[in-house]
Design a protein around this ligand. Sequence first.
Ligand code: B12
Ligand code: SF4
Ligand code: SF4
Length: 411
Amino acid sequence: MSNRDRHFERSSATASPALLPPRTTQTSISKQTDVAPAEAVALKEAVSKRARELGFDAFGVSRPDAIALAGARLETYVAAGHHGDMAWMETTLERRRDPKALMPNARSVIAVAMSYAPDTNPMEALSQTSRGLISVYAKGRDYHDVLKGRLKQLAGYLASRSGEDVKVFVDTAPLMEKPLAAAGGIGWQGKHTNLVSREHGSWLFLGAILTAAELPPDTAGRDNCGRCQRCLDVCPTAAFPAPYQLDARRCLAYLSIESKAHIPVEFRKPMGNRVYGCDDCLAVCPWNKFASAAREAKFAARVETDNPPIAELIAIDDRAFRERFAGTPVKRTGRDRIVRNALIAAGNSQDRTMIPLVEERLKDESELVRAMAVWALSQLADPDHFADLRKAYLPREADPDVRNEWEAQSA
Ligand code: B12
Ligand code: SF4
Ligand code: SF4
């Protein structure tokens, strides 16, 4: 029996409460159904089986009120400013705390996970300094598209069998997918805050269905981090103020993907050659040794997104960008931010053959790009050459941030 089969078997089984391990604190307020009605058990088993047929690797059920503690922690996270410029986390706070705010008649939450485990360790590419690292999750087809299509099929199946309302979510609505997956027994939130499964490690995409159907809940996942803290230690930007807490403002995934601003100087060197996201805290997790490579071919790296040469990314224009990254999550971030990141990678590469390409970007329309071209040249060009460039470009630079870069670098 494969790991996957084992997981489904456990998830869909109904066990006597006496045999179940204690629930984690995250879900302690959820009420366990003592004896689930036979129809609900049969429905859950059928939906779990269908989920497996649709390519999901894990499946679990919880009650909508199972994540009350997560809601309180989300409030603390936002109050501390850890969400950075993701203002939607503030505006959706009240709805995110409670799945019922999205579907008042919801009685059950189905959490699903699909593996995107790579077949090699992505950290090996950190030493290939002429290439721009793209996070494993973004090298293939956008997971929103893949999961949403399958979730809709699963929800349709559930609706037709139960006659009850259903709603589908993949990272597109204010729902806390990690705590819900943990509450459904798929795994636990590791010290890096992502969901880890004993069977599939941490390379998992998550999705959820809210339904008015009554399904027997699973037992919440138990924390198996123990004394390990590899993910905390490996983080290049010290983004974890404490275990189980992330300050997104320091995380390279936030800085390189979500942030529309200039990347603060303190993070530019630690960024190394990562041009889109970061995998380090996931890659070092010992639970990944149990993860077999993803079965979903759509998540496989494409030649054109598999850590492209930095030189190609610096020179990319809008059209070539859209062609290269069509259908992947990278496309949504847009050309300017990727070129911004690639220029930082160029600055870190110590490869002086990139200087002419970087100089071209001093004339770029985007101030994000021009600013990082200045920084990259400050790392690559010799001081006299940099001073000549400054003399030529600073007087005609109107943007205050780009001017600051010139001035800071020549101080
Ligand atoms: C915003 C967001 C981000 C932000 C912030 C991430 C974060 N950890 O908050 C940024 C841009 C940084 C990000 C990065 C990444 N993301 Co993201 N992201 C999200 C999103 C949209 C919301 C997450 C959220 O609500 N954060 C708010 C905080 C408060 O929630 P939390 O992390 O669950 O916080 C918990 C802990 O802090 C814990 N806690 C706090 N204090 C304490 C104390 C104790 C004692 C304990 C036990 C726990 C505890 O309780 C909190 C509530 O559960 C979700 C999708 C979704 N709708 O859920 C995807 C999601 C979490 N991201 C995902 C992925 C894949 C990533 C990256 C791996 C991508 C990459 N390679 O670049 C990185 C991973 C970085 C990391 N270490 O987290 C996946 C994770 C899948 C999984 N296996 O868990 C998700 C679920 C998307 C999906 N549908 O698959 N992401
Ligand atoms: S994704 Fe990278 S930068 Fe972000 S917390 Fe993990 S190791 Fe740190
Ligand atoms: S690396 Fe260690 S501490 Fe971090 S999530 Fe994995 S098991 Fe937990």
